[in-house]
Design a protein around this ligand. Structure first.
Ligand SMILES: Nc1ncnc2c1ncn2[C@@H]1O[C@H](COP(=O)(O)OP(=O)(O)OP(=O)(O)O)[C@@H](O)[C@H]1O
Ligand SMILES: [Mg+2]
Length: 139
C-alpha cells in the first residue's frame, strides 16, 4: 500500500496504526534515504505498541530494546555500519534478534543487508518528495 504523508505527525500516525495491527513476532525492514522519515515512523510505531518514553534515533548506538508487556521491541539502525556489514551484524548478535519469534523488530537501513532480511519481513520504503511530503510504501 502506498501513502503520502504531509507532516511528521502524519508519518507518526501511520506508524501508530501499523503497530496497532500486530500479532507479535513481526520484522519490519525500513529503507530510504537520510531524513526520509524512518525514525519518525518508528516513534509513532513505538507509541502504538505502548512504549513509554521518547524514542531517539539509535543512529549512534545501533540498537535499542524496549520492553512492552511480555514482549521485547527492538529498534535497530544500520546506518553507521559501513564495512563487512553482514559479518558485523552476525558477530554483534543482531541477526539472532529477528530469529526469536516473540520479538517485534524494526530495522532502519535494512537495504544494507537485503540478503539477510527474513522472507517473512515486511518492507517499508520511504521517499522524500520535497518539503514535508513523504511517500511511504508498505509491502
Ligand atoms: N511527512 C513527514 N514524515 C516524516 N518526517 C517528516 C515529514 N515532514 C517533515 N519531516 C521531518 O523530516 C525529518 C525526518 O527525519 P527522520 O529522522 O525520521 O528520518 P530518517 O529516515 O530516520 O533519517 P536517517 O536515515 O538519518 O535515520 C524530521 O526532521 C521530520 O520532522
Ligand atoms: Mg533514522
Amino acid at each position: 500500500m502506498e501513502f503520502i504523508t504531509k507532516s511528521a505527525f502524519e508519518t507518526k500516525s501511520l506508524g501508530k496504526e501499523v503497530a496497532s495491527k500486530l500479532e507479535g513476532g513481526e520484522v519490519f525492514a525500513l529503507s530510504g534515504e537520510l531524513g526520509s522519515g524512518k525514525t519518525t515512523f518508528v516513534q509513532g510505531f513505538a507509541e502504538g505498541l505502548g512504549v513509554k518514553g521518547r524514542i531517539i534515533s539509535p543512529t549512534f548506538i545501533l540498537m535499542r530494546k524496549y520492553g512492552v508487556g511480555d514482549k521485547d521491541f527492538y529498534h535497530i539502525d544500520l546506518y553507521r555500519l559501513e564495512e563487512n556489514i553482514e559479518n558485523e551484524v552476525i558477530h554483534l548478535g543482531i541477526s539472532d534478534i529477528w530469529k526469536r519469534p516473540e520479538n517485534v523488530v524494526i530495522i532502519e537501513w535494512a537495504e544494507k543487508i537485503k540478503e539477510m532480511i527474513p522472507e517473512s519481513a515486511k518492507w517499508i520504503k520511504f521517499e522524500n518528495l520535497g518539503g514535508e511530503n513523504r511517500k511511504i510504501i508498505i509491502q
